[in-house]
Design a protein around this ligand. Structure first.
Ligand code: PEP
Length: 251
């Protein structure tokens, strides 16, 4: 049995004061949801403030990215040990990082291996663009990204991995994938790659989230699919709707 997992990616939204306010507003609702791993991923500058508010609760904290080097002359970057001090999770390979900041399968893999080294749970994002989808390349792209990101991951770390299938055309567009399509990609593309890499028993333990315009209204359609183990949520994680999504995951 895989415990459902719901993560909120706040992206570049909310000041520190606004982050505190949002956590205070939705915290009680989230705490009341049991049987679901719940994670909030605010911008770096708010991690400490949010960590202080979440202390002693069952709501986890994640960063939105992380560099793979230990430390040094990498202006503007954040090292694994810095993330580890505050966070249990880190989002890696988000399509916005790939699209706007030049991340590749290779650099995502370096980050995943750094997360493994520091025992930070990576939420590894994969997903095809609209053009790739239209030209029938979804399976090939998702397979390549998943294999690329996970090269060199140890079998004993693998069960803690979280993979997020996020079709780029569904992110922030209001045009969510169908539950059936998510199930197809999770069950026929991603899970088989996990079997190839880690064997069937370990592959069955790895959570695969769907991400892309998930709301409280459509969440149940995804969570009713056998290989959709939760959601990575952008826009709706900035509102009370995130609590409704967590409640749907619990149901
Ligand atoms: C995301 O950015 O990971 C995401 C899924 O965004 P949204 O829910 O807004 O589509």
């Amino acid at each position: 049995m895989r415990i459902p997992f719901v993560a909120g990616n706040w992206k570049m939204n909310k000041t520190v004061a606004e982050a505190r306010e949002l956590v205070s507003t939705m915290g009680a609702g989230l705490k009341a949801v049991k049987g679901v791993e719940k994670v909030i991923c605010p911008p770096y500058v708010s991690l400490l403030a949010v960590a202080n508010l979440l202390g002693g609760t069952d709501i986890g904290l994640g960063a939105q990215n992380m560099h793979w080097e230990e430390k040094g002359a990498f202006t503007g970057e954040v090292a694994p040990a810095m993330v580890k001090e505050l966070c249990k999770y880190v989002i890696l390979g988000h399509s916005e990082r790939r699209q706007y900041f030049g991340e590749t399968d290779e650099t995502v893999n370096k980050r995943v291996l750094a997360a493994q080294k520091h025992a930070i749970i990576p939420i590894v994002c994969v997903g095809e663009t609209l053009d790739e989808n239209k030209s029938g390349q979804t399976a090939e792209v998702v397979r390549r990204q998943t294999l690329g990101a996970l090269q060199g991951v140890d079998a004993d770390f693998a069960p803690s991995l979280v993979i997020a299938y996020e079709p780029v055309w569904a992110i922030g567009t209001g045009l969510a994938s169908s539950g059936d399509n998510a199930q197809h990609v999770h069950g026929q593309v991603i899970r088989p790659v996990l079997v190839e890499l880690f064997g069937p028993e370990t592959a069955e333990k790895i959570r695969i989230l769907y991400g892309g315009s998930v709301t409280g209204a459509n969440a149940a359609e995804f969570f009713s699919q056998p290989d959709v183990d939760g959601a990575l949520v952008g826009g709706a994680s900035l509102k009370d709707d995130f609590v409704a999504i967590a409640q749907a995951a619990a149901a």
